[in-house]
Design a protein around this ligand. Structure first.
Ligand code: SAM
Ligand code: SF4
Length: 317
C-alpha cells in the first residue's frame, strides 16, 4: 500500500480504492426499474467538465484510488466521452472500466482499443427482443446484442449485468446461463434494489439471489469461485461452462467490505450510493483533498441504509 493510502482507510479498516464516476444522468433507454418514462434530466451546464473530472480523478488516484469505472445515466452519451477516456488513460490506475447499455458502444470500440479502458460491463435484462422492449421501453435489442458480441470478439473483458425481477425476466434465468456458456461472457444477476422509482413496486418484483440459485440448482451444478474481499459479486462456475455471479445488494449487502467512493455528474464526491450528502471537489486545491476525503470517508455507513428516494440514473449505478 502506498504511504498515502492511509487517507483512504476508515475506522472500520475499509480501504477506499475504487471510484465510480457518473458522467451524466441522461440516458437513451428508459428501464422501468431505473427511471420514469418521462424523466427530467439535469442541464448539460451542470456537468463537471472533462478538465474538472481529470483534475479530481488525478488527485484521488494520487491518494490511493486504484480502479475507476465510468457510469451514468448512459456514459456514452457524453459528447466529450473520447476526451475523458483518453485523459483518464494517462493516470496510473490498475483498472479503467465502463458500465453501459451498449447502444452507442460499437463505434467507440476502435478508439477504446488504444486506451486503458478494457473492462466493459453491459446491462442486458432480457434475451428476448419483446421482453427487452417491455423493460427498456425502447426497441433496440439487436443493436445492443451486436455491440456486446463485437466488444467480446475484439478482445475486451466483457461482463453482462442482468437485473432479475419476479414476473419480468425470471423465466429467462436458464437462458442467460446457456447464453453465458455459448458466448464465454460472464453474466452477473443483480437483485433489484429498493431505490428511486422501484420503491413502489419493490415487494412485487424482488427476487433474492437465494431463490435464483435454487431455481438454477435444479438444472445445473454451481461451484463457488474465490472472490476479492471487496467484490460486490459472489461468483460461480456452472456445470455447462457458464460463469455467473450474484450481486446481493438487498439480501446480503456488501457494506462491510465496501471500497467504493462515488463522484456525481456535478463533481460531488459521495461516500455511498444511498447517501445524498457529499462534497463538491471542483473548487478544491490538491492540498484540500486529504481533509475532504477524511470527512467523506468518516460519513461512510457500515450497514445498509434502507431508504434512497433518489433514482439510480441520477446517482450512477
Ligand atoms: N446506463 C448504464 C447501464 O445501464 O449499464 C449505466 C448506468 S445504470 C444506472 C448502472 C446499473 O444500475 C445497470 O446495470 C442497471 O441495471 C443498474 N440498476 C439501475 N436501477 C437499478 C435498481 N433499481 N436495482 C438494481 N440495479 C439497478
Ligand atoms: Fe439508462 Fe442504465 Fe438506467 Fe437503463 S439502467 S435507464 S440504460 S441508466
Amino acid at each position: 500500500m502506498s504511504t498515502l493510502g492511509h487517507y483512504m482507510i476508515d475506522k472500520h479498516g475499509r480501504r477506499m480504492r475504487k471510484l465510480r464516476i457518473s458522467l451524466l444522468d441522461a440516458c437513451n433507454l428508459r428501464c422501468f426499474y431505473c427511471m420514469p418514462e418521462h424523466p427530467a434530466f439535469k442541464p448539460q451546464k451542470d456537468w463537471a467538465s472533462a478538465k474538472d473530472l481529470m483534475h479530481i480523478t488525478r488527485n484521488l488516484v494520487g491518494l490511493g484510488i486504484e480502479e475507476v469505472r465510468l457510469t451514468g445515466g448512459e456514459p456514452l452519451m457524453r459528447r466529450d466521452f473520447e476526451e475523458i477516456v483518453c485523459e483518464l488513460s494517462t493516470l496510473p490506475v490498475k483498472k479503467l472500466g465502463l458500465t453501459t447499455n451498449a447502444l452507442l458502444l460499437a463505434p467507440y470500440l476502435p478508439l477504446l482499443q488504444h486506451t486503458k479502458l478494457q473492462h466493459i460491463n453491459i446491462s442486458l435484462d432480457s434475451l428476448d427482443a419483446e421482453n427487452f422492449i417491455r423493460i427498456t421501453r425502447r426497441d433496440v435489442f439487436g443493436a445492443v446484442m451486436d455491440a456486446i458480441l463485437t466488444a467480446k470478439a475484439q478482445g475486451f473483458t466483457v461482463k453482462v449485468n442482468t437485473v432479475m425481477m419476479k414476473g419480468v425476466n425470471d423465466h429467462e434465468l436458464s437462458a442467460f446461463v446457456e447464453w453465458s456458456a455459448t458466448h464465454d461472457i460472464p453474466v452477473r444477476f443483480l437483485e433489484v434494489m429498493n431505490i428511486g422509482v422501484m420503491e413502489s413496486q419493490f415487494r412485487k418484483r424482488f427476487l433474492p439471489a437465494s431463490d435464483m440459485m435454487a431455481i438454477l440448482g435444479t438444472d445445473y451444478q454451481l461451484s463457488a469461485l474465490s472472490n476479492m474481499p471487496d467484490s460486490t459479486a459472489r461468483n460461480f462456475s456452472v456445470s455447462n461452462g457458464a460463469k455467473i455471479g450474484f450481486i446481493t445488494s438487498e439480501s446480503n449487502p456488501f457494506c462491510t467490505g465496501c471500497s467504493r467512493l462515488r463522484l456525481t455528474p456535478k463533481g460531488q464526491i459521495r461516500p455511498c450510493l444511498f447517501m445524498e450528502e457529499g462534497i463538491d471537489l471542483k473548487p478544491l486545491a490538491p492540498a484540500d483533498y486529504p481533509a475532504a476525503l477524511a470527512a467523506i470517508i468518516a460519513m461512510k455507513p457500515i450497514g445498509r441504509i434502507l431508504h434512497q428516494p433518489q433514482p439510480m440514473y441520477q446517482i450512477g449505478g
